[in-house]
Design a binder for this molecule. Sequence first.
Ligand code: ACO
Length: 311
Amino acid sequence: ALNEREVEFNGHIAEGNFVEPADWMPERYRKTLIRQMSQHAHSEVVGMLPEGNWILRAPTLKRKAILIAKVQDEAGHGLYLYSATETLGVDRENLYEDLLAGRAKYSSIFNYPTLNWADVGVIGWLVDGAAIMNQVPLTRCSYGPYARAMVRICKEESFHQRQGFDLLLQMMQGTHEQKEMVQDAVNRWWWPSLMMFGPEDKDSVHSDESKAWGIKRISNDELRQSFVDATVPQAELLGITLPDPDLKWDENTGHYRFGKIDWDEFWRVVSGDGLCNRDRIATKKAAWREGAWVREAAQAYARNLSNNGGK
Ligand code: ACO
């Protein structure tokens, strides 16, 4: 049974109010937010790696500049989210240690390799497209600092999504080989993108509680369906085929039906055994080690500033 404070807390949320850092909150609410927000922050910073792979190989100066800006935005998203998580009384350094030690989760999608240039476009189109679908409802989540961070993140994500689509549209007007590269990238990223929304509702352990607390506004399956419905017409516009023979319009429901997701693959990747899991963590560890001098220099600079009264 809930105690008086919890009843009051649930009422506050049910009325559509935000919870702020200094407010009382149930310990499980705090824990679940730390879990989700830190996983989300880790996803942003690990998400820099698959695309970072192409910065030195981007085909034109324009595409290189766009890609650098996008990867930098993702670092920024990670920083807002680590800061927002710190308002719950945890230290970002500890969260980061958990990531480097392989104890923390981050989105399954970033454990797939980027094999050709079209992958960069497909990540923008499908991966950022799926991220927006999942994140727009989070702008209305009950925890104020998370909701507010998501507003800016979603604006930037929708720009990322469009740049991906634009890149693919251009490639689809190109040579036969370029069109084949796009199709190959779509074939590899389509199913993993659908997995980003998490397990089916019936297997989602946190959904009931997160819904009751207004953290999750729309379920994993509903968001996945909205993503498929929004994406199929875009695939037609591009002129590519989505790799699912069971994908078809259902007059009765007004939705596209789609085939079965390989949940064994999903759980394998989530538990650390995807194509790139080890590589991603090794790269992050090396960056942490090699970046030590930057952190030290930044701290020395900050100390000097405060010793000199900010001048
Ligand atoms: N990749 C890795 N782990 C996942 C994924 C995924 N795609 N989907 C679910 N999981 C994990 C959950 O984190 C949870 O693990 P835990 O208990 O160890 O924390 C477990 O699988 C069970 O899943 P659910 O009960 O459905 O978990 P939850 O209610 O948290 O829903 C979801 C998962 C939808 C991903 C939610 O956490 C969420 O909305 N997170 C914020 C968005 C986000 O993190 N996006 C990152 C990718 S987008 C980007 O960075 C560009």
